[in-house]
Write a protein that binds this ligand. Structure first.
Ligand SMILES: [Mg+2]
Length: 255
């Protein structure tokens, strides 16, 4: 059904933004973030998509921009990191202004958390403009959650906000900005002739804002998973299904 719908969609729009989340979408979720590397086949497909004039290819990740760029290892596409706080690519070099005053706060919070959580095997990922506390490997998830909340609540949090993902707490600047806004910003820059299509694929709660924006344009919003509790209109069951779908898209030519 998704392929048939995509066929119609690709016929309707000569040029399409193809925006993809990274973890859980292009790679399986790994115990440690650095182990989530692209397999050879997926990178070949992304290279084909990048070289296909039908698409503007973008990776829209919660990771730090340099981190996700280093994992994808492809130039000439769009990258958005830190849930949209940073966006780079041809014609855009954007860092959200809210990051200026929170950078030092996040440093301070990161060191407090690592001190308080040192015996729990929870893992703090400092992403420059945001922090992630991964507790996938923790022996006692409840304890991690308790210590985390105690530490966070005692902190000066008026300019920081908390989000929850899959076995991860995310702390970001308190600003009305997210993947959906980043996708909208990028789309509006690229949409020079107002006949641009959009496809976004993601797997986690933080992708929901992206799905909503795509829905507002009647684009193809695609959830990786069972398609439950999501605003996405379509679903692909796992990263292998994503790969198969992307290979299908890569065969299209610009028309
Ligand atoms: Mg993801």
């Amino acid at each position: 059904m998704l392929k048939r719908k995509s066929q119609e969609y690709l016929q309707k729009y000569p040029k399409v933004c193809l925006f993809l989340d990274y973890d859980g979408t292009l790679t399986k979720i790994r115990k440690l973030p650095e182990l989530a590397v692209l397999d050879k086949n997926m990178r070949e497909i992304l290279t084909k998509l990048k070289n296909n004039k039908k698409y503007y290819l973008g990776i829209i990740s919660g990771r730090e921009l340099q981190d996700v760029k280093g994992l994808v290892k492809l130039n000439g596409l769009y990258y958005s990191g830190n849930h949209g706080l940073e966006i780079r690519g041809k014609g855009i070099n954007f860092t959200h202004e809210a990051t200026e005053k929170t950078v030092f706060l996040l440093d301070e919070l990161a060191s407090k958390l690592s001190e308080n959580l040192k015996d729990t095997q929870a893992f703090i990922e400092h992403k420059g403009f945001s922090l992630s506390l991964h507790y996938r490997n923790a022996l006692d998830e409840k304890l991690v959650s308790e210590i985390f909340h105690q530490t966070f609540d005692a902190f000066e949090t008026t300019s920081l906000q908390l989000f929850q993902g899959k076995k991860v707490f995310e702390i970001r600047p308190k600003v009305n900005w997210h993947k959906g806004k980043a996708i909208a910003k990028l789309f509006n820059i690229l949409d020079l002739h107002s006949n641009l299509g959009i496809i976004f694929i993601g797997d986690d709660r933080t992708d929901e804002d992206g799905f909503k924006f795509v829905n507002s344009l009647n684009g193809l919003s695609i959830h990786v998973g069972k398609g439950k509790n999501t605003a996405a209109r379509y679903c692909l069951k796992d990263t292998n299904a994503v790969k198969d779908f992307l290979a299908f898209l890569a065969k299209w030519s610009y028309s």
